[in-house]
Design a protein around this ligand. Structure first.
Ligand SMILES: [Zn+2]
Length: 345
């Protein structure tokens, strides 16, 4: 296993090197990886996430290896107007709007002068709101109990909570189950889980879920840091009726326009899986608003020369966790070649 990993690392490093990437450029010329970041890691607050050192390493690789990081706005403009983009373009985004993301991640992008679009769930900034999916994360990460055995929205869940991986897996499973229910059921069931796991849910966001402020956003807005809408309440749109979904999309965009100088008119669907978290109805709502595009959380490239490029569901790759080999693979032509070979296009 170890040997295989070493060989993969060597192979990817060689294949993603500057001369080979230049020769293989046609393979990924119009296919641009959009990366999606979330929280920085903070063991003290029990938040797992990206290490700052790894982000620096990745951006250093970008700068040294001939890639050009472009803003998401520029990518979408190119898709709409046909404006040419630099060879080997790549793009970065980050979701949610927590203060640690603003404090620990954005300065690294500023330092490397790499553009990033930060999507904000605006009610977090407006009223310290924290949605049921973040509350679920908090409760399961924080409990001092070592196991959960409960019926959650009609389904039995039994899991040990001995280590962070158990907890992460349980969070993912419960969230996937609750996503299929109405929002009131999800909110109620998270209270029920908190009760079972003996955790109090504070009314406004606690330290580990503190949102950034609008002042902070205004200060950070720059040529490299742009902000876009990510709904008001971090709502999973399929849990809402059409009017509620419309409001989540349009009002979050309005709040960005009210507070910032030059927000990006591109929507980011909370939790972001097409068909599960948003549907055709929501894509039409985005299309009929002032917004010019939207990003999902489904993995894949933005294939700009493809006739079936969906500007209202642009795919993104999760920014790899401490895995430079995987990051290089997404940046280079290698992952794109894999997509073509395996028919994932
Ligand atoms: Zn989000």
């Amino acid at each position: 296993m170890m040997l295989r990993k070493t060989l993969t690392t060597i192979a990817v490093s060689t294949l993603a090197s500057r001369p080979i990437s230049a020769v293989m450029l046609p393979v990924r010329k119009h296919s641009i990886p959009i990366f999606m970041l979330h929280r920085p890691s903070d063991p003290k607050l029990g938040v797992s996430g990206h290490s700052q050192q790894f982000i620096s390493e990745a951006l250093n690789f970008v700068k040294k290896s001939g890639y050009t990081a472009i803003s998401l706005r520029k990518l979408v403009n190119s898709a709409v107007n046909g404006d040419p983009l630099p060879k080997m373009s790549i793009c970065f985004t980050m979701d949610d709007g927590f203060s640690d993301q603003a404090e620990k991640i954005l300065p690294i992008f500023e330092e490397y002068q790499v553009p990033i679009t930060f999507f904000l769930a605006t009610d977090m900034l407006d009223r310290q709101y924290w949605s049921w999916d973040f509350q679920l994360d908090y409760v399961i990460s924080r409990t001092s109990l070592k196991q959960l055995n409960a019926i959650i929205a009609g389904k039995p869940f039994k899991s040990t909570l001995g280590n962070p991986t158990d907890r992460r897996n349980l969070i993912r499973k419960v969230r996937s189950h609750l996503k299929t229910k109405g929002i009131d059921v999800s909110r109620r069931e998270v209270l029920h889980i908190a009760n079972v796991l003996c955790v109090d849910i504070p009314k406004t966001a606690p330290a580990s879920f503190t949102p950034m402020s609008w002042d902070q956003a205004r200060e950070l807005e720059s040529d490299f840091v742009e902000f876009g809408p990510h709904s008001c309440e971090h709502s999973i749109l399929t849990q809402l009726d059409g009017d509620q979904a419309k409001r989540e999309i349009e009002h979050s965009w309005q709040r960005l326009k009210d507070e910032l100088t030059n927000p990006t008119p591109i929507f980011c669907y909370p939790t972001g899986r097409e068909g599960m978290d948003f549907t055709e109805r929501d894509k039409i709502l985005v299309k009929n608003s002032e917004l010019t595009a939207a990003v999902s959380a489904d993995p894949g490239y933005a294939n700009l020369n493809s006739s079936d490029l969906d500007l209202y569901a642009l795919k993104r790759f999760s920014f790899p966790m401490n895995d430079l080999t995987q990051f290089k693979q997404y940046c280079s032509w290698i992952e794109r070649a894999k997509e073509i070979i395996t028919g994932r296009i």
